[in-house]
Design a protein around this ligand. Structure first.
Ligand SMILES: Cc1ncc(COP(=O)(O)O)c(C=O)c1O
Length: 380
């Protein structure tokens, strides 16, 4: 097996057992589980057996901070700018409950964003939600944002990568548009983190959410929230927890004082099993290096696109410079096609009107060809 530049493909594949059992092409739903994550999970379980709650102080709080540090250096922030939360929805909620409206009531989102992002404001009757429509069904033009954002706007809240088109948005430009109008920029980066280049502090965004579930191969139960450091001390979330207070272990019901760092946005005990699986996935991605992952995913995506086009499939695709490793193949019976493929050991997904295929750095060209061949055999 020819290795791509930058890492040993066979060695990486050996870390992920599913790759020897299935043709796994659904990393944008759930990244594969590695042996490394499994080993850390075993370690967690054994410590639970051996030490019970004393493992909290001697080991587990340390693991939580290890993960925070890794996430911070991975996306280019300081650890003090990272909060750990149970889900993207919780991270978005805490931010929507942290800023003062100061006469602004407009939130600008798009119809391509993951619904949980819009729901944060749908449930707030005081908010005027502006939902930008996609002209090409793939992305939303920056000019549309610029036209919609004005002195009434509280948030520009949108995705880094759209979950059903794979189009990558220019988050630095979005932050500029928001800030020129005095609004906040909140980015849902769940589909971006781990598959596209990211230097979160350099983008200038105020808030960015990501998590280990998908491209970071770390499993469900955690989300990461970035809050720019110069904002933190002025934000006072109206939903909170004992993890958000400066003197957490004083257990003083009258002693609540927001922490001075991003932990003031945290909402209780983090999912420790996920802290362990997330560390395993993150370590592997860090060792391979994001530039090598990005390059590999570009190569695999180009291969998949060519194979689909050669087989006569119609794709919903962003232009090459805004493309990511989420490929949407138009299909008359997406659910049936996904079932057909699963019966043949090929795991992909579907969204209305499309089969969704999402290769990751550990996949091979042969796996993509197998998927396209099986899909072609089922029909269009
Ligand atoms: C872009 C995006 N945001 C958010 C979510 C889900 O958020 P949560 O962690 O709240 O389940 C998904 C899908 O799982 C997603 O693709």
């Amino acid at each position: 097996m020819a290795s791509p530049p930058g890492f040993d493909l066979e060695q990486v594949r050996a870390e992920f057992p599913i790759l020897s059992r299935k043709t796994y092409l659904n990393s944008c739903s759930l990244g594969a589980l590695s042996r490394r994550s499994e080993a850390y999970l075993d370690e967690f379980r054994e410590r639970w057996h051996d030490m019970g709650a004393s493992a909290w102080y001697q080991h587990w709080l340390g693991r939580v901070e290890e993960l925070r540090n890794r996430v911070a250096s991975f996306w280019g922030s300081r650890p003090a700018e990272v909060a750990l939360l149970p889900s993207t929805s919780a991270a978005l909620s805490v931010i929507s409950e942290s800023v003062r409206a100061e006469g602004r009531n407009r939130v600008v989102c798009t119809e391509l964003d993951f619904p949980t992002l819009l729901y944060q404001w749908v449930v707030k009757p005081e908010v005027e939600l502006v939902v930008l429509e996609s002209r090409d069904g793939v992305g939303v033009d920056l000019e549309q944002f610029a036209e919609a954002v004005d002195e009434r706007t509280l948030f520009v809240a949108t995705s880094h990568v759209f979950f059903t088109t794979g189009a990558v948005q220019d988050v630095a430009a979005l932050a500029g548009i928001a800030h020129d109008a005095g609004a906040w920029c909140l980015i849902d980066g769940y589909q971006g983190m781990g598959q596209v280049p990211l230097d979160v502090a350099a983008t200038g965004v105020d808030f960015y959410t990501g998590g280990p579930l998908k491209w970071l191969c770390g499993g469900p139960g955690l989300a990461y929230l970035y809050v720019r450091d110069d904002l933190i001390e002025d934000l006072e979330p109206r939903i909170t927890s004992w993890f958000a207070t400066e003197e957490q272990f004083a257990f003083d019901p009258r002693g609540f004082r927001y922490r001075s760092d991003a932990r003031r946005f945290e909402l209780g005990t983090p999912a420790l099993p996920t802290v362990h699986t997330a560390l395993g996935g993150q370590e592997i991605i860090d060792e391979v290096g994001l530039p090598a992952v990005v390059a590999r995913n570009r190569h695999l995506t180009a291969h998949l696109v060519r194979a689909c086009e050669d087989a006569g499939f119609e794709l919903r695709l962003a232009p090459a410079e805004r493309r990511s490793a989420i490929v949407m193949i138009r299909h008359a019976d997406p659910a049936g096609a996904v079932r057909h493929l699963a019966e043949r050991g090929v795991i992909v997904d579907h969204r209305p009107g499309f089969v969704r295929v999402s290769p990751h750095f550990y996949n091979t060209e042969a796996e993509l060809d197998r998927c396209v061949d099986a899909l072609a055999a089922y029909g269009r």
